[in-house]
Design a binder for this molecule. Structure first.
Ligand SMILES: C[S@@+](CC[C@H](N)C(=O)[O-])C[C@H]1O[C@@H](n2cnc3c(N)ncnc32)[C@H](O)[C@@H]1O
Length: 261
C-alpha cells in the first residue's frame, strides 16, 4: 500500500527546528521588500499574512473582552497576540511545536498580557479543549498541514460554541503537492458537513505573484540564507525549489470565515 503523501514527514520536528532558531533576518528583509508596509515585521509571522489581513481577521472573529480566542498552528504567536491585543480576548495558542509555544509565552510576557494568554500542545486532529469551550478560532496558514481536512473541520466544530466564528487562511490545491499532507480543492463541503455556515470564502489578492516573488528573491539570497543558518546552500536551494513546485499545485490562497451552527 502507498504511504499517504507527506504524512511520513515529522512536521513537529521540522517546526521545532524552525522556531528553535532565531528569526531569519534575510527572510524578513525579503518579505519586507515584496509586501512593503503590509509586512508586520514586529510580529515575526511565519506565514503570508499582512497587516490588512490581520485587521480583517480581528474584525471577522466578532469577539471581545472575556471571550476565549483559540489560535491553531500559532507558531511564535505574533499574529495571534496582535489579534488578542486588538480584540481584548483571552488567548490560547495551540501548536505541535513546543519551541513555537515557548516563543508565544515570551512574546506574551513582553506585551504584559499576563494570565490572558495560555499555550497548549495540540493539533487540528486532537484539540486540547472541551466541547463548545472556544468563543472563536483563528488559524493562519496551518490547516494545510493536517492530513484529513474533514476530520479537522469536525474537531473545530466540536470546540466552538454555537454561533462562534472560525477564521482561517489556507490554500486550495488543484493537484497533490509532493512531500505535503493530502490537500483539497475546496474546503467548503467539509466545513458545511461539520456544522458550519460558510460566510466568506475570499481569494487573497495577488497571492501567486507574491509567493513567486518571495521565492525568487529568497533563491537570489541563497548563500546569505545558508550562512545565516549555518546550512548547506544546496539544501536551502532544494527547499526553495520544493516550495516553488508546491506553488504550481495551488489553486488559490483563501480567507475563510465560517460560523458554527
Ligand atoms: C506556516 S506556520 C504559521 C504560524 C503562524 N500561524 C504564523 O502566522 O506565524 C504553520 C504552523 O502550523 C503548525 N502546525 C503544523 N501542523 C499542525 C497540526 N497538525 N496541527 C496544529 N498545528 C500544526 C506548525 O507548527 C506551525 O507553527
Amino acid at each position: 500500500m502507498d504511504t499517504e503523501p507527506g504524512t511520513e514527514r515529522d512536521w513537529s520536528a521540522d517546526f521545532n527546528d524552525t522556531f528553535g532558531e532565531p528569526e531569519s533576518a534575510v527572510q524578513a528583509r525579503v518579505w519586507a521588500e515584496v509586501l512593503g508596509d503590509e509586512y508586520p515585521a514586529e510580529l515575526a509571522p511565519y506565514s503570508y499574512t499582512t497587516r490588512s489581513e490581520l485587521a480583517a481577521i480581528a474584525s471577522e472573529l466578532q469577539v471581545g473582552t472575556g471571550d476565549l480566542l483559540v489560535d491553531i498552528g500559532s507558531g511564535r504567536g505574533g499574529p495571534g497576540l496582535w489579534v488578542t491585543a486588538r480584540t481584548g480576548t483571552d488567548y490560547l495558542a495551540v501548536d505541535i511545536s513546543d519551541t513555537g509555544l515557548a516563543e508565544v509565552g515570551r512574546r506574551a510576557e513582553a506585551l504584559d498580557l499576563g494570565d490572558r494568554v495560555r499555550t497548549a500542545s495540540g493539533s487540528f486532529e486532537s484539540l486540547p479543549l472541551g466541547d463548545g469551550e472556544a468563543a472563536a478560532v483563528m488559524s493562519i496558514d496551518a490547516l494545510l498541514f493536517t492530513p484529513d481536512k474533514a476530520a479537522a473541520a469536525r474537531e473545530l466544530a466540536r470546540v466552538l460554541r454555537p454561533g462562534g466564528r472560525l477564521v482561517v487562511t489556507t490554500w486550495d490545491y488543484h493537484s497533490q503537492p509532493a512531500g505535503r499532507p493530502p490537500q483539497v480543492a475546496d474546503h467548503q463541503p467539509a466545513l458545511t458537513a461539520a456544522g458550519f455556515t460558510v460566510l466568506t470564502y475570499d481569494e487573497t489578492p495577488d497571492w501567486e505573484h507574491q509567493m513567486r516573488e518571495l521565492d525568487r528573491l529568497m533563491l537570489e539570497a541563497v548563500d546569505e540564507l545558508a550562512a545565516e543558518s549555518d546550512s548547506d546552500p544546496a539544501e536551502v536551494r532544494a527547499g526553495l525549489a520544493e516550495m516553488d513546485a508546491t506553488i504550481d499545485t495551488m489553486l488559490r490562497r483563501v480567507l475563510i470565515v465560517a460560523e458554527r451552527r
